[in-house]
Design a protein around this ligand. Structure first.
Ligand SMILES: [Zn+2]
Length: 103
């Protein structure tokens, strides 16, 4: 069996020193402890590469608003019409859902 983390005297010396002086990362209590970080890095190296994320059928902007009409999978996108700018469904004219931009 391999020794995952060999004893590293200088590492612990430095750690103790840092704790005493509360300097560097120890000044912030929210930081991940070095040994936790080490473990995470170790796991990350060992972990199998994740499968590529599935490509969405179409790009969905982060600000996308989905149509609230039942059974409609469209999104509300900004359009401009006779009465000014409004949000209309991408499934128009199949779906005539629209929303006033100002309201
Ligand atoms: Zn719709």
């Amino acid at each position: 069996m391999l020794d995952r983390y060999g004893p590293d005297e200088s590492y612990f010396d430095a750690l103790e020193d840092a704790q005493r002086n509360r300097r560097g990362i120890w000044a912030n209590d929210d930081n991940v402890h070095p040994w936790e970080f080490k473990k995470q890095r170790y796991r990350a190296r060992r972990a199998k590469p994740k499968p590529a994320p599935q490509t969405p059928l179409f790009d969905v902007p982060e600000t996308a608003m989905f149509c609230s009409m039942e059974g409609c999978d469209g999104q509300l996108v900004e359009k401009s019409g006779r009465f000014g700018r409004f949000l209309g469904c991408t499934n128009f004219p199949r779906c005539r859902h629209s929303r006033n931009l100002n309201g």
